[in-house]
Design a protein around this ligand. Structure first.
Ligand SMILES: [Mg+2]
Length: 423
């Protein structure tokens, strides 16, 4: 059997470890896109590679106690900004939900306590839980910062699984002070579904005896992998529950390979192995900002994002060959540009490339921009043969400069050396 372990309202639970007074209270963690990196005197930026995988943000501002103050979520006009990333079950009983704006949440629950995110604490706890699980289960996969899969086959007999996972969750609470919920099932997809219904602080085992009675009544939107558009499509076909899906194999198959696979995942027919290590496949940076029209300032921000990203790419020691820049505008408009380039990585070249991508992607010049993102992928490692040799010697010189810059930044911080274009 596979198991799925998910920390209950992780960020809140983490805050409660530091501040036990938050126990049993309506608490939420509020987030604002960290636009402080665009400030000319930006500092305290942190880069993290501790848990590799896309689920851990690479760049974030180090936590400071004063960020907990509601004032830190208030802008210059006295308006409360930001959204909630996590809320306690006590807060949820007031209708508080993830992704709700802080303003809305305070209207529903005026005594809601809002705390700032503390990424390094989450990473530390996540890492500790991973280590702990590895001592208990032979195969552990980290699926996100607060989610893990494990394979118990040949380790725990099926009949002992209910007691095993129940003990495990109490041990985790005892040792790490983290409340988790655990689901067990023949496949990882059903195990994850079981966890959803075990929450908070519960465990649930799905086997061949209760499979139908558990799966069939569940509404389609509760299955991971069914998003908004798929949900609409299913509703359109009079499919509302997972039981309905299981009766409509033909319909799902006629919609193509994704739907066919979805059918099999729900029916417990397919599974994926537990992967114990994740190899990073891409790295990116993104910032949401107050609507901004000034193209010169936007380009300055592209330079800043580029500098942070270049630092991370060099630190990872990879050579990306696919570059993506995305722009989100007000009024729900979007635009992006990609380029493939198999050449040595230098910061200067990367910087000009990103500006070029920005110029090409910026097709809605009359609109204000609300988000910029840059993503780099398709890494080649130490593979000179795969890289273009045109201008290779020239580039070697630029590479030296990039390396020197990196050494200084690693020693004194990413903000130590900036290019003139950022000023
Ligand atoms: Mg969770």
């Amino acid at each position: 059997m596979k198991i799925h372990i998910d920390i209950d309202c992780f960020f809140v639970s983490a805050a409660r470890i530091v501040e036990p007074g938050l126990e049993h209270k309506a608490v939420a963690i509020g987030g604002r896109s960290d636009t402080k990196i665009f400030n000319k005197d930006a500092k305290n930026q942190t880069v993290n590679f501790e848990n590799t995988g896309s689920f851990v943000p690479t760049f974030y501002k180090a936590y400071e106690k004063k960020d907990d103050d509601i004032a830190s979520f208030t802008d210059a006009n006295g308006k409360i900004r930001g959204i909630l990333t996590t809320s306690s079950y006590e807060a949820r009983s007031f209708g508080i939900k993830t992704a709700m704006t802080i303003r809305e949440a305070l209207q529903l629950c005026p005594h809601l306590i809002i705390k700032a995110p503390n990424m390094s604490l989450y990473q530390k706890l996540s890492h500790e839980l991973h280590e702990f699980l590895c001592t208990k289960i032979p195969l552990v996969e980290q699926a996100s910062i607060d989610e893990f899969y494990g394979d118990l086959s040949g380790w725990v007999e099926d009949k002992d699984i209910p007691a095993f996972i129940d003990t495990l969750r109490h041990e985790i609470l005892h040792v790490l002070k983290l409340p988790v919920s655990i689901g067990a099932a023949p496949t990882r997809y059903i195990a994850k579904l079981a966890t959803t219904y075990a929450k908070p602080f519960g465990s649930k085992v799905i086997d061949k005896y209760n499979f139908d009675s558990f799966v069939n009544p569940i509404v389609v939107g509760d299955f991971a992998g069914i998003g908004k558009s798929m949900k609409q499509k299913l509703y359109g076909a009079q499919i509302h529950t997972l039981g309905d899906i299981r009766k409509r194999r033909g319909t799902l198959e006629s919609w193509g390979p994704y739907s066919t696979d979805l059918y099999k995942r729900i029916n417990g027919e397919v599974d994926a192995a537990i992967k114990t290590s994740h190899k990073r496949k891409s790295i990116g940076i993104s910032r949401t900002m107050d609507p901004l029209y000034d193209r010169r300032e936007l380009k300055r921000r592209v330079h800043i994002l580029t500098r942070h990203l270049a630092y991370a790419i060099l630190k990872l020691d990879v050579i990306p060959t696919v570059f993506h820049l995305g722009i989100r505008y007000e009024m729900n408009q979007k635009s992006h540009k990609n380029i493939s380039l198999a050449e040595l990585f230098t910061e200067k070249k990367f910087d000009s490339l990103c500006i070029k991508l920005f110029n090409q992607a910026d097709t809605q010049k009359r609109l204000k921009v609300i988000n910029l993102s840059i993503n780099c992928s398709s890494f080649t490692r130490d593979s000179k043969k795969e890289l273009s040799l045109i201008g290779f010697n020239e580039e070697q010189k630029m590479k030296k400069l990039t390396e020197q810059t990196q050494i200084l930044r690693e020693k004194y911080g990413i903000d130590t050396l900036k290019w003139g274009s950022e000023m």
